[in-house]
Ligand binder design. Sequence first.
Ligand code: PLP
Length: 287
Amino acid sequence: MPQLAYVNGRILPLADATLHIEDRGTQFGDAVYEVCAVMNGRILDWQPHLVRLRRNLAELGITLDIADGPLTLQARRLIAANGHAECIIYMQVSRGTAKRDHAFPGAAPANLVMTVRRFDFAQRLRQLESGIAVITQPDNRWGRVDIKTTGLLPNVLAKQAAKQAGAFEAWLVAGETVREGSSTNAWIVKDGRIITHPTGTAILPGIARDSLIRLAHAAQLVVEQRPFTLAEALAADEAFLTSTTAPILPVVRMDGTAVGNGRTGPVVRRLAELVWNEVARQTGWRA
Ligand code: PLP
C-alpha cells in the first residue's frame, strides 16, 4: 500500500502530496507542527497536542480554519488510510502560500499537511535496558523555543553532531544550564529527586514531560522544575530524556562519562513502568 498524506483537505499518495514552492514554511520557517504517537491505532495524548498546537498558532497569529473536531477526524482518517497500528503522525501548519515578503500576507489561508510514518515503539523498551548516550552542545536557538516551529536548524545541527559522536541525543547547554535535548526534554535524578528545567521561553513544553510530571506526582515522587547545571548532570545518580517518540530513555553516558554507575537506575525503571502503563491505559498497547 503506498504511503498516504494529507494536504489541505485531501488525502493522496505521498509522492503527489505537495505544497507550493512559496509556502511560508519553506521560505521562512513560518510554520508550527506537532508529532503524535499512535499505538494500537489510537493517538496518545491527543488533547494536549491539540491544545499546544492551538497555543502555538495563537502565539504566531496564524489562523487555521478547521476546528478541533474535524481536525481530529482528518487525523484519524489519515492514520486509518495508512493502515499502521504503530506509527507517528506529523502535522504542520504554515501561514500559507504568498509572494515572498517577510511581513504577513493579507489573505493567504494556512496550509495544513499531515504525514504518517510507521514507528517501532518496542525498540524504546529495548533501549530502556541498554540506555543511551548524549553529548552536549551550545544552545544557540532563538528566544522563543517554547513555540514549536519548523525553524529547527540549530536542533538539526546539534542532532547531527550527536549522531557523528555515536550518541542518541545532544543536550543543549546555555552558560552552565542544561536546557533540553535537540528533540527531547532533559532530566536528572539526585538523591531520589527528579529534576527538569522549568517551562517558560527556554524549552519546549513537552507533552511527554508534562505527562511524566503528572504520573510522578500521583506516585508520590518528588519532581523539581528548576534549572540544573552540566556539573549537576555529570554528578547525577541517574539521567533520562522524554519525548513523544522516546517516552522515556535512560541516559547512561554524557560527553563520554558514565552517569551514576553507567546503567539504568531504579528511579528511571519506576518512571518507565508508570509511563508505559499510562500508554497501555490510553491505547491498550503493550510490547
Ligand atoms: N524539546 C524539543 C526541542 C523537541 O523538539 C521536542 C519534541 O519534538 C521535545 C522537547 C519533546 O516534546 P514532546 O514530549 O511533546 O514530544
